[in-house]
Design a protein around this ligand. Structure first.
Ligand code: PGA
Length: 247
């Protein structure tokens, strides 16, 4: 069945000193998979620090092309070469800051799969979309547009991150999380079949912290979390990993 996943997204935070967080987490004994996505500049040094740890590393974005004239961009193979085994794609900050479309996210996911990286594909509604009653329609559209046709539980993870919950301290009600996750599972089942849908992990993301982790992880179809702010310090992230293990 689905192995639980606690993924930390450091975003544009951290220089060499931040690697100490990894030392503090390195020996966290977890049955859940633990993944840290640091800034690209720290990836290979993080891989060295974690060489004897079960904690895995991921990137925060990649280009859809394998190589070429794309100044400033990073390919999936480069992330893999630097020590990553996964990459976050289509995060709402990239969709907003860089105008990333579902089609682009899907092309990036295909590139990630070709480089043997797990694609953690993010979907989520804005507050305006939720208030207009469009949450499920928005999230279904993003899911359809962003996931490659050959997605499997081994190659893809879906993260539901309501835009209005990211970095705000606000989270949806547990019933709202349950509604979206169950709808995502149903959409995956309709497209990929029940067996594949049952193998694809669904993460919740947006203001997850030690104090709300246990109740979120108790929601059906929540297989873990994508954690931003609370993944930057071991003292904040470790209890979230523990809550996931206990769920
Ligand atoms: P947050 O970010 O935990 O700081 O809300 C989550 C994310 O953007 O992945």
């Amino acid at each position: 069945m689905r192995r639980k996943l606690a993924a930390g997204n450091w975003k544009m935070n951290g220089t060499a000193a931040a690697l100490d967080t990894l030392d503090a987490l390195a020996n966290t004994a977890a049955s859940a998979e633990v993944l840290i996505c640091p800034p690209t500049t720290l990836l290979s040094r993080a891989a060295e620090r974690l060489s004897t740890s079960a904690i895995a590393l991921g990137g925060q974005d990649c280009h859809a092309a394998a190589s070429g004239a794309h100044t400033g961009d990073i390919s999936a193979e480069m992330l893999r070469d630097a020590g990553a085994t996964a990459v976050i794609l289509g995060h709402s900050e990239r969709r907003a800051d860089h105008g990333e479309t579902d089609a682009q996210v899907r092309a990036k996911a295909e590139a990630a799969m070709a480089a043997d990286l797990t694609a953690i594909i993010c979907v989520g509604e804005t507050l305006q979309q939720r208030e207009a009653g469009n949450t499920l329609a928005v999230v279904r559209d993003q899911l359809t547009g962003s996931l490659p046709d050959n997605s499997t539980g081994a190659t893809v993870v879906v993260a539901y991150e309501p835009v209005w919950a990211i970095g705000t301290g606000k989270i949806p009600t547990l019933a709202q999380i349950a509604e979206v996750h169950s709808d995502l599972r149903a959409s995956l089942s309709a497209r990929f079949g029940a067996e594949t849908a049952a193998a694809i992990r669904l993460l919740y993301g947006g203001s997850v912290k030690a104090s709300n982790a246990a109740e979120i992880f108790a929601v059906a179809d929540v297989d873990g979390a994508l954690v931003g702010g609370a993944s930057l310090k071991a003292a904040d992230f470790a209890p979230i990993i523990e809550a996931l293990d206990a769920s």
